[in-house]
Design a binder for this molecule. Structure first.
Ligand code: PMT
Length: 403
C-alpha cells in the first residue's frame, strides 16, 4: 500500500454485513499515518456501532445530516473541506444507486456532493444484485464521474450464494484506494483494455475460438494500473485472475465483447485491443448438440463475419487514443502497417505469432510499436516488462498530445 501519511481520509460506512470490516479499515488507515473521520449511514449502525469506529479513529463519528450539535462541531461542508479523499466501504447497491444519481438526502451523500477530490467505493452485495443491469449501469455512471471502484471480490457470500459481490479484504481496498493519490504517468487517465480469446458457439458443446492465454492483455492491465490509470478490462475466458483493482467485465463471444466495449468506451482516454477476437462466428448456432450423420460427405459450417471492434472504436466521433495488436505469421511489419492505416489507428503493435517462444501462451514477447511516423522494437523479454514499455510509450504520446 502506498503511504497515506498525513492524508485526511473520510471513511463512509453503509449498511451491509461487511460493515464489520470497516473497523479493520480504520485501523490500517491509522497505522499508515492518515487522520480518519467516519460517516455512517443509519442502516450501517445496525451492523456496527459508532462507538467502535470512534474509539479506533479517535474522532467523533458523524451519522446525521440535520444534527445541530454535530453540524456545530463539523458539518457536512467542513467534512468535505477537511478530507483529502473519501472511501466508502462497504458500498451497498443502494448507496451506489444513490451516489450515481447525485442524491443528497443523508450526511454521506451530501458530503460526497460537496467534495472535490478522489472518491472510491468498495462494493459489497449479493452476486445477483451485483450482476443486475441497473447496478452495472449505476456503476458505469460512477466510473464516468471518476469514482474509483475497489472490487468486488468473488467467493462464498454471507447468504450462501457464490459469485462476485463480496467486499474485498481491507488491505486490498486500501492498496487500490491509495493509488488515487498516485502521481503516475497515467494518473487520472481512463484505459479500456480487451484481452483473451472470444468463443463463438457452434452448438451447446462446441465453439470456434482463437489462441490467446490472456497473458499479454492482463500484464498490460497491471502496467496501466501501476502507472496510476483507471482501468477497465473486458476479457474472454482465460485462466488468469483479473487484478482486483480494475473494473472487470467478463464476456464470451465477439458480439458480447463488441457490446461491452461500446458500452464502456465513452470518456476513455486510451483503448488497447489485445484480445484475439474471432473474425467469424457460425451464422446460426444449433440449439442442440449436432450429431454425426454417418455419411462421409464433409460437414459444411456457414460462417458470418463479426464486427471489427477496433475499427468501430477508431471510427467514433469522440475517439480515444486507439491501439491495436497485429498477430501475424508472415510479412509482420508490412501487414501491421496495413492494419494501422486500414483501421485508422494511432499505434499498432506488431506481434510475430509464428515464433512459439513469443506471442501466444508464452511468458515472453517481442513486438514492434508502429505509428504513422515511427517504429520502435521492444526486444524479447517477459510480457510484464514489454507491457511496461508499451504503457510508457503510450503515456508519452498522450501526454505530448495534451501539451
Ligand atoms: O494472450 P496471449 O497468449 O498472451 O497472446 C497475446 C496475443 C498474441 C493474443 C496478443 O499479443 C495479440 O497479438 N493480440 C491480437 C490478436 C489478433 O486478433 O490479432 P488480429 O491481427 O487478428 O487483429 C488485429 C486487431 O484487431 C487486434 O487488436 C484485435 O483485437 C482487433 N480485432 C480483430 C477482429 C475483430 N473482429 N475485432 C477486433 O477488434
Amino acid at each position: 500500500m502506498k503511504s497515506l501519511a498525513n492524508k485526511n481520509i473520510l471513511l463512509g460506512v453503509t449498511g451491509g454485513i461487511a460493515a464489520y470490516k470497516s473497523a479493520e479499515i480504520v485501523r490500517h488507515l491509522k497505522k499508515s499515518g492518515a487522520s480518519v473521520r467516519v460517516v455512517m449511514t443509519r442502516s450501517a449502525e445496525e451492523f456496527i456501532t459508532p462507538l467502535t469506529l470512534q474509539a479506533l479513529s479517535g474522532n467523533r463519528v458523524s451519522t446525521e445530516l440535520l444534527d445541530a450539535e454535530a453540524e456545530a462541531a463539523m458539518g457536512h461542508i467542513e467534512l468535505a473541506k477537511w478530507a483529502d479523499g473519501i472511501l466508502i466501504a462497504p458500498a451497498t447497491a443502494n448507496t451506489i444507486a444513490r451516489l450515481s444519481s447525485g442524491r443528497g438526502d443523508d450526511l454521506l451523500s451530501t458530503v460526497t456532493l460537496a467534495f472535490d477530490g478522489p472518491i472510491s467505493v468498495a462494493p459489497a452485495m449479493n452476486q445477483a444484485m451485483w450482476r443486475d443491469e441497473r447496478t452495472q449501469e449505476n456503476l458505469k455512471k460512477l466510473i464516468d464521474q471518476d469514482f474509483g471502484i475497489c472490487g468486488p471480490g468473488s467467493g462464498e457470500q454471507a447468504c450462501g450464494d457464490v459469485g462476485l459481490g463480496r467486499m474485498l479484504e481491507p488491505i486490498d481496498i486500501l492498496d487500490m484506494f491509495s493509488l488515487s493519490f498516485n502521481e503516475g504517468t497515467l494518473s487520472g487517465k481512463k484505459i479500456l483494455i480487451t484481452a483473451g480469446p472470444t468463443q463463438e458457439p457452434i452448438d451447446p458443446v462446441r465453439f470456434i475460438t482463437n489462441r490467446s492465454s490472456g497473458k499479454m492483455g492482463y500484464s498490460l492491465v497491471e502496467a496501466a494500473l501501476e502507472s496510476g490509470a483507471n482501468v477497465t478490462l473486458i476479457s474472454g475466458p482465460v485462466n488468469i485472475e483479473p487484478p482486483s483493482n480494475c473494473n472487470f467485465v467478463s464476456i464470451k463471444t465477439a458480439e458480447e465483447m463488441y457490446e461491452a466495449v461500446m458500452h464502456h468506451i465513452s470518456g476513455m482516454d486510451v483503448y488497447i485491443g489485445t484480445a484475439a477476437v474471432s473474425d467469424y462466428s457460425p451464422a446460426k448456432a444449433s440449439d442442440s448438440k449436432i450429431k454425426k450423420d454417418g455419411s462421409s460427405s464433409p460437414m459444411v459450417l456457414e460462417l458470418k463475419e463479426n464486427q471489427d471492434i477496433l475499427k468501430s472504436v477508431s471510427e467514433l466521433e469522440q475517439r480515444p487514443y486507439v491501439v491495436g495488436f497485429a498477430a501475424e505469421t508472415n510479412d509482420l511489419i508490412k501487414n501491421a502497417e496495413k492494419k494501422l492505416s486500414n483501421k485508422n489507428l494511432d499505434l499498432i503493435i506488431a506481434n510475430d505469432v509464428s515464433n512459439k517462444d513469443i506471442g501466444f501462451d508464452s511468458d515472453d514477447n517481442e513486438v514492434t510499436l508502429i505509428t504513422e511516423k515511427e517504429k520502435h522494437l521492444i526486444e524479447r523479454q517477459n510480457k510484464r516488462k514489454v507491457s511496461k514499455k508499451i504503457i510508457d510509450f503510450i503515456s508519452g504520446r498522450i501526454n505530448d498530445q495534451n501539451n
